[in-house]
Design a protein around this ligand. Structure first.
Ligand code: SAH
Length: 221
């Protein structure tokens, strides 16, 4: 199969499993056709740890390197829906992880700046995304700081559990922009959507309970 002009091992079986996954997500309430089509296209098995490769198209989170997880496809689709991504949106993603969510954002036409604090994942995600022809800008560092040099962002997506909403992320959001972030501790988080209405006013809404690995300070090795 050719994705973005790159030949990738992607069988009819994989395609069939992806179709089923798309149906599962529809049944769980994901209605945005562009997101469903992105999930139907992106070979999630390329982003999985080899031990779990046979489960690539089940709607579950799985361990990846460095004690982290690839998010559940439903969660990826849900966070992406809340952001209402438009082509050419400038998006900051905190927590590259496997790079799967990054691919979904890119498939929707966004310009993506993605940051990861685990060096191993920062490197692995780059090779997976490059192999598929996706071109985000990668950063190795602490997402609590955002990426100041490319601010302001139309959208900011945090894919790890934040004990608080980092002030720097609010500052780096465009007026009219949206931040999606799971807020809470180890026992679970609430999905928050924060819209920057004006320079100093932010409107928050809550969108259900989720479970993410924690957003940690500083760079790991
Ligand atoms: N969307 C990713 C989710 C990976 S899990 C996927 O589906 O694969 C969350 C990721 O956030 C982990 O890789 C973790 O290392 C990273 N992370 C945690 N704290 C961070 C921080 N302060 N800055 C950048 N990345 C962080």
């Amino acid at each position: 199969m050719k994705i973005n002009n790159t030949v990738v091992e992607d069988s009819y079986r994989h395609k069939g499993l992806r179709k089923k996954l798309v149906e599962v997500l529809k049944n769980k309430g994901i209605i945005d056709e562009r997101i469903l089509s992105a999930i139907g296209i992106i070979p999630r098995h390329i982003f999985m740890d080899s031990s779990f490769i046979n489960f690539s198209y089940s709607d579950q989170a799985f361990p990846i390197a460095a004690g982290q997880t690839i998010s559940q496809p439903y969660t990826v689709a849900f966070q992406t829906s809340l952001l209402e991504i438009k082509p050419m949106d400038k998006v900051l993603e905190v927590g590259t992880g496997s790079g799967y969510q990054t691919a979904v954002l890119l498939e929707l036409g966004a310009k993506v700046f993605t940051i990861e604090r685990q060096r191993e994942l920062f490197l692995k995600a780059q090779s997976a995304l490059k192999m598929l022809g996706y071109k985000p800008q990668f950063f190795y560092g602490d997402g609590y700081e955002g990426i100041p040099s490319y601010q302001p962002y139309d959208k900011i997506l945090v894919t790890a559990a934040a004990p608080i909403v980092p002030q720097k992320l609010l500052e780096q959001l465009k007026v009219g922009g949206k931040l999606v972030i799971p807020v809470g501790g180890d026992s679970g988080q609430t999905m928050m959507l924060i819209v920057r209405e004006s320079e100093n006013s932010f409107i928050r809404s809550e969108h259900g309970a989720f479970a993410f690995v924690p957003l940690l300070k500083g760079k790991a090795g």
